[in-house]
Design a protein around this ligand. Structure first.
Ligand SMILES: Cc1ncc(COP(=O)(O)O)c(C=O)c1O
Length: 400
């Protein structure tokens, strides 16, 4: 059995060592079943479901999510993914020519593109260089603060970075930036379900997170949290009935973001099922699962570092359950996301020859390619050992 014993709850191909929960998540069977039931109910009486029942169902789902992420449900909106969360905020900003938007060089490419789009409105993008390898989170704080100018309006800060798997000190950064008059948009795509989360305590003007990654919700489930003082200005990307609704029992923020045209709302409605089911897998619930995933990620990283003969590039304290390890210099093109990174030759070899699904990454400021593995409930240490052996074999001639 190539998987951890909890793998029976997932529909993942048992012939593949799936070490890439980080890219798109994977939804467990009982949550998919709950979604199928909701879809059947929707199609039995679409009017009843979408026009009459949906509002209450969304409120219930939002309530459960709010308890899980430490938020007031009134400040939360469901969105299909973190990319939409980021774009919603950026398109709602009043950007004046010369305003600066700040991010770091560890930011996710799609979200950096969303920032770049604001250059058309006259904004200037600046990118703080956060070291990698890194010694501690102080270096993140120093890099971000050193990149501020009097024109900086908003900083897009990742909670868990995509190429490098670092947990950034977002609460500290939000406070320091706010003291300097700068709002923060936290890209928490990976955080819900990976790290204990208290969005209210983080205090960011905006926080977006995915429910289809570490939370194991259905694809297309995510949230945008907007602090009360920013809600009136935050509009969805798609304008619909909420814009001129005469209802006074709900905020404009709620009315606009809850309905952006006909769509399948079942991913949102299944978030409570994901929270409950994944949280029931171990006696200690989510805290135990997060700690176990973190511990497996650290053990897995040690195994990979030993096989690749590299020093760990970041302290354990800066990691969740996503770990990136530099590969030795080898003869092979870097992954090219725009041209289908999923077919990078080494990645293809790992999948086709070794039956391991794991992404290779580039981090522009660093000369070597990275392998990024995720430890999730269904993974086991054996899978990291097999990945280390496969990389050791394929890269033998390049190892130091
Ligand atoms: C840091 C980060 N932000 C945003 C995203 C985008 O997530 P989605 O495709 O669900 O919008 C990802 C996806 O991996 C990510 O790693």
């Amino acid at each position: 059995m190539p998987f951890g014993e909890l793998a029976r709850h997932w529909t993942l191909d048992p012939g593949i060592d799936f070490l890439n929960h980080g890219s798109f998540g994977a939804c467990p069977r009982p949550v998919l079943e709950a979604q199928a039931e909701l879809r059947a109910r929707m199609e039995r009486q679409p009017l009843q479901f979408l026009a009459r029942d949906l509002e209450g169902l969304l409120d219930e789902a939002r309530g459960a999510l709010a308890r899980f992420v430490g938020a007031d449900p009134d400040d939360l909106a469901f969105v299909p993914n973190a990319t939409t969360g980021v774009n919603t905020v950026l398109c709602s900003l009043e950007v004046k020519p010369g305003d600066e938007l700040l991010t770091t060089d560890h930011a996710y490419n799609a979200c950096r593109n969303a920032l770049r789009r604001q250059e058309q409105r006259g904004a200037k993008l600046s990118v703080a260089q956060v070291p990698w390898p890194i010694a501690g989170s102080r270096q993140v704080v120093e890099a971000v603060l050193a990149s501020l100018t009097p024109r900086t309006r908003l900083a897009l800060i990742d909670h868990v970075t995509s190429p490098t798997g670092l947990v950034f000190p977002v609460q500290e950064l939000v406070g320091l930036l706010q003291e300097r008059g700068v709002d923060t948009l936290v890209d928490g795509a990976h955080a819900p379900g990976m790290l204990p989360l208290d969005v209210r305590a983080i205090g960011a003007a905006y926080y977006t997170g995915n429910c289809h990654k570490s939370l194991s919700g259905p694809k297309g489930s995510a949230f945008l949290h907007v602090r009360r003082d920013k809600q009136a200005r935050t509009r969805p990307l798609v304008i619909s009935h909420g814009a001129n609704s005469e209802r006074t029992d709900r905020s404009r923020f709620r009315l606009e973001l809850d309905w952006t045209g006909t769509d399948d709302p079942t991913p949102y409605l299944c978030v409570p099922a994901a929270i409950d089911f994944v949280g029931s897998l171990l006696p200690g619930g989510w805290p135990e699962l997060m700690a176990r995933n973190h511990d497996l990620a650290l053990r897995g990283r040690r195994i990979l570092c030993e096989a690749l003969r590299v020093e760990p590039p970041a302290p354990d304290s800066m990691l969740g359950s996503l770990v990136s390890v530099p590969l030795p210099d080898f003869d092979g093109p870097p992954p090219d996301w725009s041209e289908g990174a999923w077919y990078h030759p080494l990645q293809r070899t790992l999948l086709e020859k070794h039956r391991i699904e794991v992404p290779l990454m580039i981090f522009p400021a660093f000369p070597k390619q990275l392998v990024r593995a995720t430890a999730y409930a269904y993974n086991s240490e054996d899978q990291f050992t097999r990945l280390a052996a496969a990389l050791g074999k394929e890269l033998a001639s390049a190892l130091p």
